[in-house]
Write a protein that binds this ligand. Structure first.
Ligand code: PLP
Length: 440
């Protein structure tokens, strides 16, 4: 009997014992091609010798020093590295240990910024439906996924939600992508006006929606319009790039491809590539300066923030990405992945949409391609695809609730940045077998 309180109490999990490159191995010697990096985490695959060496070096030197007493060399160097590559102005880094913590820090920092700037009445955070921002109560309050929120609703903070930008289901037939993007972006303005423009602190959105919608990019012009609206009403723009950031979509920050600079950006997953638990909040200098020139400190903090070993690992991950020019491979293999998914599923009667950017792509499964009707959730399509894929030695990231938090299924792929086109073909081939085993 296991004493671990596993995610699912009735499931029995294989024991992962080793990782090497694209593959994880279990205690029975089975090999799994990790095509989703768990949940879009393992951007360098497993067992990368440079990262392991960096962790060992740092552990020999210094494991821990509390950040109320000390800073550390790896934290300083990692912050320099992240700031140097960030969109102009995002030059302060607040370290945490994961994505939910990064979101919590962003929500609180947005609130504190307005207090320091002499606008304490700004208290509302607006978020979007069908988003995922983490499982802590603040992050869950911002999240817009019904089944994750439902039983905790009485504990959640009230945060108004506007529509996601999800053209496959939201765009009307008589509307261009741009017109659709503008229509849903304008929902933010309407909500700001409804709440009272001087009471809104921030708007939070995933630049590319990950777990809950499956690699959904915004319509062209959507984020430019969002930036414009936020600026008009003095509302901070928080972009959650915990999943889509750190190179996953082909640029280090996903928002670079939207041509906008947010005020706060959350990052995690690919930051440390799974070698250490680490996240961060990228902060615009305007916000830093308001706090520096005001109370002088951000009223927040966790025991493990800026952990030296975590920072050393993340620093080495980021060095490898830059030195091996891996973002070029993300873009190149991203195109190969789109082509392979289109060839395999473009005419599949149960694949309604193939989407994403870089090595962050998904297929949405439908009962009927013409009507876009989803499967009955009782069929547990996404769970069964995950199991069939695993049987075939493939790890992918299927999820349900795509349409409205209850109905709908998609499968997300987020392979390591190091994959080859041969790997792409293997992944898509195995995924095709798994999908057909469930739906053919
Ligand atoms: N934000 C986004 C966009 C995510 O995808 C996730 C996790 O999947 C989180 C936040 C929460 O991150 P964590 O699980 O590290 O707390």
């Amino acid at each position: 009997m296991s004493h671990v309180f596993h995610r699912h109490t009735k499931a029995s999990y294989p024991v992962a014992v080793r990782g090497e490159g694209l593959y994880l191995f279990d205690a029975d010697g089975r090999r799994y091609l990790d095509a989703s990096g768990g949940a879009a985490v393992s951007c360098l695959g497993h067992g990368h010798p440079r990262i392991i060496e960096a962790i060992k070096r740092q552990a020999d030197q210094l494991a821990y020093a509390h950040t109320s007493f000390f800073t550390s060399q790896p934290a300083e160097e990692l912050a320099d590295t992240l700031a140097a590559a960030a969109p102009e102005g995002l030059d302060r880094v607040y370290f945490v240990s994961g994505g939910s913590e990064a979101v919590e820090a962003a929500l609180k920092m947005a609130r504190q910024y307005h207090i320091e700037a002499g606008q304490p009445q700004r208290r509302h955070i607006i978020a979007r439906w069908q988003s995922y921002h983490g499982n802590t109560l603040g992050a869950l309050s911002a999240g817009g996924n019904l089944w994750r929120r439902k039983q905790f609703e009485p504990l959640l903070v009230d945060m108004p939600h506007v529509s996601a930008c999800y053209a496959y289901r939201g765009r009307r037939d008589d509307e261009s992508e741009e017109a659709y993007g503008r229509r849903v972006a304008d929902e933010l303005e309407a909500e700001i006006l409804r709440l009272g423009p001087d009471t809104v602190a921030a708007f939070i959105a995933e630049t590319v929606v990950g777990a809950t919608l499956g690699a959904v990019t915004a319509a062209p012009g959507y984020f430019a319009r969002i930036r414009e609206i936020c600026d008009r009403y003095g509302v901070l723009l928080i972009l959650d790039e915990v999943m889509c950031g750190m190179g996953r979509t082909g640029t280090l920050y996903a928002c670079e491809q939207e041509g906008i600079t947010p005020d706060l950006v959350t990052i995690a997953k690919g930051l440390g590539g799974g070698y250490q638990p680490i996240g961060a909040l990228m902060v615009h200098r305007r916000i830093f300066e308001a706090i520096r020139d005001g109370s002088g400190f951000f009223q927040h903090g966790h025991t493990y923030l800026g952990h030296p070993i975590a920072c050393a690992a993340a620093l080495e991950v980021q060095k490898v990405i830059a030195e091996d020019d891996l973002l070029a491979n993300v873009r190149r293999q991203g195109e190969a992945l789109t082509a392979a998914l289109t060839a395999r599923f473009g005419n599949h009667r149960h694949v309604g949409d193939i989407r994403g950017r870089g090595l962050f792509q998904a297929i949405e499964l439908v009962a009927d391609r013409t009507t876009k009707d989803p499967f009955d959730p009782a069929q547990a399509v996404n769970t069964r695809i995950k199991a069939e894929a695993m049987k075939r030695g493939l790890l992918c990231y299927p999820m349900g609730g795509t349409v409205d938090g209850r109905m709908g299924d998609h499968v997300l792929l987020a392979p390591p940045f190091t994959i080859t086109s041969g790997d792409v073909d293997t992944i898509v081939g195995l995924l095709g077998e798994a999908v057909d085993a469930v739906l053919a």
